[in-house]
Design a protein around this ligand. Sequence first.
Ligand code: SAH
Length: 361
Amino acid sequence: MAPHPVQAGLTRPARPRDGRAPRADRCHTEPVDLKRLETTMAELGQPSYRTGQVWEWLARGAGSFDEMTNLPAGLRADLAERLPISTLAVDASARSVDGTEKALFLTAEGRPVEAVLMRYRDGRRSLCLSSQSGCPLTCTFCATGTMKFGRNLTESEILDQALHFRRIEPVNHAVFMGMGEPMMNLDNVLAVCERLPEIGIANSHTTISTVGWLPGIQRITHEGPAVRLALSLHAPNEELRSKIMPVNDRYSMREVVDAAREWRRIRRRKVFIEYLMLDGVNDTPELAHELADLLLPKNDFKVNLIPYNPTGTVYRGSPRESIDRFRSILMSRGIHATVRLTRGRDIDAACGQLAAKAAAA
Ligand code: SAH
């Protein structure tokens, strides 16, 4: 039997003899995070600007302390001895025929985290970042939702996903569409957004995607950096949305859409509506009209129709004709809608897919 594409495309770093995954907590050193870097500098009797110098190097893609040539050689050696360069260990990586690259990391205590780099012809280099290991919300179509929830990731664990890819090449866009619900870890997500411009990703090129976690949307309406907002809607009425996204019973679609409109009014940017196309479930012409009714009259939104990446759930992706028909209806009603390019299908690049497979293996 031919190997499954994800197995075929997967390369794992060499494992220790006992076959256990390389884990940062098995190193003799503590996993770095930026706060720990600060305390280490203080312990070493270094001035605080040294921490900033290390960060500048990391943000420009340095992969080792040794490269940081404006630090004294002795300090570089001390740091290398005390701190690994990342809080995350790469457990596996895969590269798609379309250039999409996916990494599965492990936190210090061995929790899975995944991130993806998408390369586009126009030069965009877009990162898909995870904010949690696993996810406590149980969206019925999502591979991450079927995994056990781990925990919120720290600021450094999120940044280290970006730095991993920055070491490969310059990057310029980021979306929080990996594992987890970013609004449930908002302090850390916003702290990361503040730092991303130093890695090359402007706030206007950073998108936080949410299931509709109402307090989070309300908070970023009034505070935090000027990032973009995407709302995973996936259904145009309460009943259907509750069926496929149980979180809808907690924060109703109506409240969430109102909050998105308020965000648009204050932040003056359109909200992206994510709408997964599920065959025979949410892709009928009637539902396209219902979605148009919901989003009109004011043009506060841009709809992104997402072809479904099958993940072993009960759903099938809509055929191309249904997606095109759905889009035409929205356009004819004056709603801007695009169909998202599918990337990395051959490497299971959809949310949670690689980690869920690894957990099941
Ligand atoms: N919790 C946040 C961010 C993570 S999911 C949110 O829900 O917005 C990011 C996007 O990927 C969501 O729009 C989600 O619906 C979509 N997604 C999840 N599983 C998918 C799959 N199998 N194929 C395509 N898109 C998927």
